[in-house]
Design a protein around this ligand. Structure first.
Ligand SMILES: NC(=O)c1ccc[n+]([C@@H]2O[C@H](COP(=O)([O-])OP(=O)(O)OC[C@H]3O[C@@H](n4cnc5c(N)ncnc54)[C@H](O)[C@@H]3O)[C@@H](O)[C@H]2O)c1
Length: 389
């Protein structure tokens, strides 16, 4: 195989970027499109290099049943997105999916078991793990320059309320301030989603830097509905405390419903026994480094960016500071057997499950919950579901 025949499922705005970047990256042929909202089909079809050859579906089962589809690109936004990924693996398709990977623990396990049984590639397309500063921090940690990491912070604060309601006939979205004028629009998953479920977007880079996994989690939430927009059931802020296998404490937080500048959605900070690194607080700020053995009287400004200094020309302009390219290249290379996936299904679930369990902790009044390892062991042979979830 030298080309992946891929079906793009979920034809919102993100799918349009995926179609463009996959076509530009090479090695992909979009052969099918799918979205239950038929009004969205044509916009996606017009973005294709070969629109005449594509099959268009409203039902997901039709895309899964197509023997000419090798892989499913899942750019949906719904509570069932983990189950949709598992169904695709169970149907013998490779899966290339947007963050977050799942919203239920059972779906995490279904994805792992189905990937193991099928041997197909599963990739959670979290792109910030490919950022330039993430690579720089990963090396500092691996070389021991920061000592042993004892504390980390990460957050995703993105004021994103405009997709809280959707007209099922036209696919048009409305924000909380527009909903009174559009009674035909229904609440979307964004209106209800526990914001902490989005943590794979920052826990992914964090765990890549630390080469670690979360073993325990407890969390707190502000109330529902949102204080900023009472039309939204989703709380304004949720914060999780996590313990890692290497004995670091992480504070991870997420927020969508309350205003935040439309820059710097991601923020990370690491503190070690020999130094610290910190992402910038605003666009006029700079990332910081401090080394205890470096004769440094204060933290120093650094020229780290999301963009990588070693980005190939194909990456430039792909989206999200060039990072979008890397997830498509990694998926293509894994499916075509060029290089194995670094962010495998186990690492992907290491970033997904703690977020789901953080919301579960909130539901259990802050209870401390254990995060399972998804790797096979004596109690769970590959391909099987665990005895209890
Ligand atoms: N990595 C990133 O930086 C990044 C950026 C933006 C969005 N995202 C992710 O991308 C995904 C899509 O985002 P978006 O903004 O395009 O969302 P969107 O809501 O605009 O579009 C999602 C589409 O999925 C469709 N859908 C829902 N359930 C479906 C199902 N069962 N089968 C087929 N289609 C279904 C909806 O009808 C909708 O058209 C989300 O998961 C989001 O979290 C990631």
């Amino acid at each position: 195989m030298d080309e992946i025949r891929i079906a793009v499922v979920g034809l919102g705005t993100r799918s349009l970027n995926w179609i463009a970047v996959m076509q530009r990256t090479g090695g992909f042929r979009v052969v099918a499109l799918c979205d239950p909202v038929a009004a969205l089909h044509e916009r996606a079809r017009t973005r294709l290099e070969r629109p005449g050859e594509v099959r268009v579906h409203t039902r997901y089962e039709e895309a899964l049943a197509d023997p000419n589809v090798d892989a499913i690109a899942l750019t949906v936004r719904c509570e069932e997105q983990g189950a949709l990924a598992a169904l695709a693996l169970e149907a013998g398709k490779h899966v290339h999916m947007e963050v977050p990977g799942a919203h239920r623990m059972e779906d995490c396990w279904r994805i792992v078991a189905a990937q193991e049984r099928s041997g197909k590639v599963f990739q959670l397309a979290e792109q910030v793990r490919h950022a330039g500063f993430v690579e720089a921090w990963r090396r500092l940690v691996a070389e021991g320059r920061l000592g042993r990491i004892t504390y980390g912070e990460g957050q995703y604060f993105h004021y994103y309320v405009e997709k809280s309601f959707q007209d099922p006939a036209t696919g048009r979205f409305y924000g909380p301030e527009q909903i009174a004028a559009h009674p035909e629009a229904q609440p979307t998953w964004m209106c209800h989603m526990p914001p902490i479920h989005y943590l794979p977007h920052d826990l992914g880079p964090m765990l890549r830097i630390l080469d670690d996994r979360v073993v325990e989690v407890m969390a707190m939430s502000t109330g529902s509905p949102s204080a900023a927009h009472p039309e939204l059931a989703s709380p304004d802020v949720q914060v999780a405390l996590m313990k890692t296998g290497k004995d670091a404490i992480l504070r991870m937080a997420a927020s969508f419903a309350q205003p935040h500048p439309h820059v710097n959605n991601h923020w990370l900070h690491l503190l070690g026994t020999k130094g610290s690194v910190e992402w910038r607080r605003s666009n006029r700020d700079a990332p910081k480094l401090w080394l205890s053995d470096g004769q440094m009287h204060d933290k120093s400004d650094m020229e780290w960016r999301f963009e990588r200094t070693d980005a190939p020309p194909e990456a430039r302009g792909s989206g999200h500071s060039d990072m979008d390219y890397y997830v498509h290249a990694a998926f293509r290379d894994a499916v075509l057997g060029i290089r194995p996936l670094e962010y495998d299904v186990y690492k992907a679930m290491d970033t997904t499950a703690p977020a789901i369990l953080a919301a579960e902790s909130i539901a259990q009044d802050g209870a401390k919950l254990r995060v399972p390892s998804f790797r096979p062991d004596a109690t769970r042979p590959p391909g099987q579901m665990p005895k209890s979830i």
